[in-house]
Design a protein around this ligand. Structure first.
Ligand SMILES: [Zn+2]
Ligand SMILES: [Zn+2]
Length: 137
């Protein structure tokens, strides 16, 4: 089981299952949402994600149609996103997890949108858009 939370500590969550399809997303929306070169996200089954505290502070912003990013209203930490068409999963921002995780990133997505000051220097596959078989468990 993994646990994590936001910067101010109000929002706390637990993950009971594995984290799948971890990707670095370099798209412009993720860059703005993180204030950084990319977001690192992984898929967790919605029924294996438990909000332990701070539900009243978790605020959603629909960053593109049908996709909502949730963040802590007090400290701004990005926690997860949900896609309307994929209600059985949530995409967790890995930097908010406190535990050591055993899974590893598998790909760079939207690599063609990356910031011009960023250099991707590992050997993971790079995709122009979403990774193949996105959404599949
Ligand atoms: Zn917070
Ligand atoms: Zn993105």
């Amino acid at each position: 089981m993994y646990t994590g939370g936001c910067l101010c500590g109000s929002v706390r969550f637990a993950i009971q299952g594995p984290i799948r399809n971890i990707v670095y997303c370099h798209c412009s929306r993720c860059r703005k949402a993180q204030g950084s070169a990319f977001a690192t996200n992984g898929i967790v089954r919605a029924n294996e994600f438990t909000l332990l505290s701070g539900a009243e502070l978790l605020t959603g912003y629909e960053s593109s149609p049908g996709q909502t990013k949730y963040f802590c209203k007090t400290c701004g930490s990005p926690i997860l996103s949900r896609t309307e068409s994929l209600p059985e999963q949530v995409r967790v921002r890995l930097g908010t997890i406190d535990s050591d995780i055993v899974e590893r990133p598998t790909a760079h997505i939207f690599a063609s949108s990356k910031a011009n000051w960023e250099e991707i220097s590992d050997d993971l596959p790079q995709y122009e858009g979403y990774e193949p078989n996105r959404g599949a468990f």
